[in-house]
Design a protein around this ligand. Structure first.
Ligand code: BGC
Length: 737
């Protein structure tokens, strides 16, 4: 693979729709700290730019004001807060301000192989003085508190004086009045940023939230060639401005480096830029070694795949105290909240490639188990836990309960992810110490929230994944996951008397769990042979798709929820999602029938939908359809498929893309605790190559139209199934198709 296969240039994107999409697409983050890809000079030249910098989990809250409150509604909002932005930087040359010059030859690209955002351009003053400018930026993957930016100028026609001006301030986003629930509201008015002086009288900033009681320290160290630059500074209400000058002779270069720190305490360490950069680049090279997915046959698509993998990796909190927000750390869209997106869409990538990160993500859930316990109590649920639908700090902050708290499937999603993590990694210690407790509390929830009724176990008054259908009885997806959780817990406890004792489980509890699992209601229409999304589905009319104009999508922005809820119309995969998860429980014919029906009523207004329709398409021989869905998932942000890339990347969809490649086309599944690989290659590709980690082994899979080559890269031999044929993998195996 050549280096250029990892370079994403601004010309690769369709930017006509929205100039600011590049800020999202070029965002850099490391799971802790994230900054949008705005240009240094945007703070003067492009007032609409969103230059946001964020720290995962650093949020402000406010009491939610309800017109008509009711018992048990979420009390406080939580919104990821903007931290001071150090990228704002520009120069004047021999008295000509930057804004009066002309820019040409601009190249703006992301080097995904090394994790560096680069830019180069020529600036020409009104007096025809030419300055070449080069910038590079990275958010360190090896030193999570730091972001680095380098701004290099080379005067090529005249020697002269550069006057540099920069700002280190908390700047707000320019918000237009909008009803779009996916956008964040501004919290800037609740933040206070104070300039303080450090040991050597160098300024640093302390940003405090008013209600959530959090404090973020940040500092900016300027240097050139390892010499600190000490500029003149001037405090403002949100940070400080600074200026300094330097004479640069013609054809000489001068590079200003910014080392920007964010953390809970004041940090003075002055780091060596080049060694920090080298360590960061080495991290990314290692990442690609394990996690790159290669396709032969479509170089543009290849770049898109890498871009999505790059962002997915950047998005994940890795400290056990934070998670992955719906927009990663690229924006405050969806307010920086963590949803089920992590467990059902993103965590599989980490489970199969970086299990240590997956474990931290699950540890985050463990860290909020007490909140989940309290939330269940608050709702009057006598036993068990209810995890929050949307949260940062562990408390429920979804203000609209029909599409929030009512999505109790979040419990089943978390349990499913724990079981998958343990099945794939073999980390039974995690299960014993943390996983089992969460799963047992979730099992307790079903029993106290649901009820036995006429020989069935029912879970009523809930909302499934499809947010265009709310507050229904027996959502198929929810019940299927509840059943799986109960079955897993029964097995686990029967195998471990130790856990039974530690988690104070009564024998009759186990019996009830087993019975509820056995009698779980899974709605089905025998006459039509159709799996039903919920009990009431048959009574709802199909949405008038034929008479709905294109501009009325997404429906959520144009119709009152009541109008949507009374129809059969899906925002996203719901029943089909459960069929991807539990494929083995359905015949091929059943899958095909349900797929055709649900596809006909799904708008894909949610970005979490297409990837799943793509995967299930591969299972029912609809490979072309699967391919089209897959293409949309790859280009979702690059081509602004959902029309809101400006508000941040669609993180769940990034995970969905990985699922599409590895689980869909790659055909990787775990069946009866055994690894299965049954690939399906789209006609348009010559080959597909990926690696997975499975129970302390690294396995590489290469699929072409002639063969499947599976290689044990490291670890002990293992029995697995390739195209349903049981084989022992010792080193390498080639199965000819
Ligand atoms: C989807 C949810 C998802 C949320 C955040 C919504 O549009 O319907 O399923 O969790 O976005 O990504």
């Amino acid at each position: 693979m050549s280096e250029t296969d990892f370079l994403l240039e601004i010309t690769d994107m369709s930017l006509e729709k929205n100039q600011q999409n590049y800020e999202t697409i070029f965002s850099l983050s490391n799971g802790y700290l994230g900054t949008r890809g705005s240009k240094e000079e945007d703070f003067i030249l492009n007032k609409k730019a969103d230059q946001g910098t964020f720290v995962n989990g650093f949020y402000e809250s406010e009491p939610i004001v309800y017109g008509e409150a009711a018992y048990g509604y979420a009390k406080d909002s939580q919104t990821i807060a903007r931290v001071p932005n150090a990228k704002q930087f520009m120069f004047s040359f021999n008295g000509t301000p930057f804004s009066k010059g002309k820019i040409s030859n601009e190249h703006h690209y992301l080097d995904m192989k090394k994790g560096i955002l680069c830019r180069s351009f020529t600036w020409v003053s009104q007096k025809d003085e030419v300055v070449e400018v080069k910038t590079e930026r990275f958010v360190s993957m090896t030193n999570k508190h730091f972001l680095f930016n380098q701004y290099e100028v080379t005067p090529v026609t005249h020697s002269g004086l550069f006057e540099f001006h920069g700002e280190f301030t908390t700047n707000d986003r320019v918000l237009e009045e909008d009803d779009d629930p996916r956008k964040a509201k501004s919290m800037a008015h609740l933040l206070t940023t104070q300039v303080l002086l450090g040991e050597e009288q160098e300024p640093y900033l302390e940003t405090r939230t008013s209600h959530s009681g959090l404090c973020m320290m940040s500092s900016l160290t300027l240097s050139t060639d390892q010499e600190k630059i000490l500029p003149r500074t001037q405090s403002t209400s949100t940070g400080y401005h600074y200026d300094f000058e330097v004479e640069v002779a013609k054809d000489n270069s001068y590079a200003v480096r910014q080392q920007v720190y964010y953390g809970e305490s004041y940090e003075t360490e002055f780091l060596d830029y080049l060694s920090e950069k080298a360590a960061h680049e080495a991290y990314w090279l290692d990442f690609w070694e394990m996690s790159d997915i290669q396709i032969e046959g479509d170089p543009t698509l290849q770049k898109g795949i890498r871009h999505n993998l790059f962002h997915l990796n950047q998005a994940a909190g890795r400290d056990g105290k934070t998670n992955i927000s719906a927009k990663g750390i690229t924006s405050d869209g969806y307010e920086g909240h963590y949803f089920w997106d992590t467990e059902m869409y993103m965590i599989p990538f980490f489970i199969y490639t970086q299990p240590e990160v997956a474990k931290k993500l699950l540890m985050y859930r463990y860290s909020i188990l007490n909140n989940a316990k309290k939330r269940a109590e608050e709702l009057g649920i006598s036993s068990g836990v209810l995890f929050p639908w949307r949260t940062i700090n562990g408390e429920e902050c979804s203000a609209y309960y029909p599409a929030g708290t009512a999505q109790v499937h979040i419990n089943g999603d978390i349990s499913y992810a724990i079981q998958t993590y343990v099945d794939v990694t073999g980390d039974t210690q995690f299960m014993e110490e943390y996983g089992a407790e969460m799963m047992v509390e979730i099992a307790r929830f079903w029993l106290s929230f649901g009820a036995f009724n006429q020989d069935e176990f029912m879970i009523n008054g809930v909302t499934g994944p499809d947010e265009y259908t709310a507050l229904v009885n027996n959502n198929f997806y929810t019940n299927k996951l509840a059943k799986y959780n109960l079955e897993c817990v029964v097995n686990l406890i029967q195998e471990s008397p130790y856990l039974q004792e530690r988690l104070a489980i009564q024998q009759d509890e186990i019996e009830k769990w087993a019975l509820a699992a056995k009698l779980m209601r899974l709605p089905y229409d025998k006459e039509r042979g159709l799996t039903l999304q919920d009990d009431g589905m048959v009574y709802r009319q199909v949405w008038p798709f034929k008479t709905t104009p294109k501009e009325k999508y997404p429906l959520l922005l144009h119709y009152h929820p009541m109008m949507i809820y009374k129809h059969q119309v899906n925002k996203q995969a719901d029943t089909v999602l459960s069929q991807y998860l539990f494929e083995g429980d359905f015949t091929r014919e059943q899958l095909a029938r349900d797929y055709a029906y649900y596809e006909s009523i799904t708008t894909h207004d949610s970005s979490l939908s297409r990837s799943i329709f793509g995967i299930v398409g591969t299972r029912i021989n609809e490979v072309e359809k699967a391919y089209d869905y897959f293409m949309d998932t790859v280009s979702m942000d690059l081509d602004d498929v959902q029309g809101n890339t400006i508000d941040g990347i669609h993180a769940a969809n990034l995970g969905g893309m990985w699922l599409g490649l590895v689980k869909g086309f790659g055909g990787v599944t775990i069946q009866d605790k055994e690894l299965h690989i049954s690939p399906v290659l789209p006609d348009k590709w010559q080959s597909l190559t990926f690696c997975i980690k499975y129970q302390s082994r690294v396995i590489r899979v290469f699929v072409s139209h002639k063969e499947v080559r599976v290689t044990l890269v490291s670890g002990e031999k293992i029995t697995l199934a390739i195209n349903k044929q049981s084989v022992i993998l010792e080193s390498g195996l080639v199965i000819t198709l």
